[in-house]
Ligand binder design. Sequence first.
Ligand code: CMX
Length: 439
Amino acid sequence: MASLKEKFMTKIGPMRERVQKLNKEFGNVVVDDVNIGQIIGGMRDIRSMFWVISDLDPQEGIRFRGYTIPDLQAKLPKAPGGSEPMPEGIFYFLLTGELPTYDDCVSVTEEWRKRSALPAHLIKTMEAVPTDTHPMTQFAMAILALQRDSKFTAKYRAGMSKGDYWDPMFEDVMDLLAKLPEIAARIYRRAYKGGHYIAPDPKLDWAANQAHMLGLDKPEFYDLMRLYLVIHSDHEGGNVSAHTCHLVGSALSDAYYSMSAAMDGLAGPLHGLANQEVLRWIMDVMKDLGGVPTKEQLHKYLWDTLKSGKVIPGYGHAVLRKTDPRYVAQREFALKHLPNYDMFRVVSDIYEVAPKILIEQGKAKNPWPNVDAHSGVLLYYYGITEYDIYTVFFGVSRAMGILAQLIWSRALGLAIERPKSVLIEWLEEQAKKAPAPAK
Ligand code: CMX
């Protein structure tokens, strides 16, 4: 059986050829127009990034190398006794484009286990941070602290040809992914469990080990972790965390710099932090309204949230225009394992009430829930009630997608990113030249 690295190597040549041919022969083909609204409005929908591993359709949601989430739930290998796909499988699949066998997944688990030990300098750094520092700050700092050991940076400094960049990048990515679950668990146990750490169990797969090190050894929770870590792994390239990783990496910054920066973006409340905001907001709802609210009470509460100038967390999306399939996958998990849980009932009731209100308000282009509307309630049910940690798990998962792409970006020799910014005078000049808008 070929190792993941050997398998990946066989994919590089053909892909390089496709990209080079396109660039050389069709580099001048125009594929998109850009208007002033897009330039001012966050570059929305401009097709200007090349991403190998996933694609987001506004109506259908994410496809990982052509496969939907239900496809992957059916096709990716499961751990013994588990019913959700192993994250090792999605990483293998994103990187190579080939569905792995169970043995392929086990070899990734084993590879990550071998690389998982946290160096003493990292532990020292992590122990020096005040425990009330937000977990995402601690997460980004821990990743950055590992940069000292980057193989890519060491090789670059020693002198390396461009065609070989992908190799030490692959090594850094594997080293980093191997360590993320223990880093996340240490942040959690230090902040909320008195610093009583739980050692990894070498017999467990990557996601089950994440659950184990958090202190939650329950097969059902192992499965939730597997599902969670698979579905958050990638959402094409333009979202803040993915784009940040790609942008920083394009300067040939190594995987640690790129990933740490990406986590700073994921920590924003309009992006990954929305998962903790959802939980915080639901708890406020239940506290203010004395338990599970009626739909009428929810209706008023949602309007009050909007009228106070806040967003409804977990709703809306820059690209999606329907219910996020990642929300649906989590809802199905909840229906199977915790159908009568009060907080899940609230989440379900919000799903019935919020879209109508957002449509009535008429601002949000997408009134439907995104991934973050559901993830917190599942973690809370199994005992992770300290919601400030939630975005860290999102980060552990997101690492697989954006770092798989980072390896590809170096394998394909993608250029440093440098879009052209423009001044208001230039925009006004363009506006003057345009035909008068129809009345
Ligand atoms: N509640 C209230 N207003 C919302 C809204 C929501 N959930 N979603 C969008 N809007 C508002 C926007 O704030 C914007 O208002 P202004 O015109 O006053 O600026 C207007 O509707 C138009 O926004 P849009 O084009 O529909 O959405 P954007 O692409 O600008 O933003 C997003 C997308 C996700 C930031 C936005 O929907 C939002 O703030 N949602 C709540 C936060 C959230 O759940 N984020 C997580 C997204 C998933 C992820 O990345 O993890």
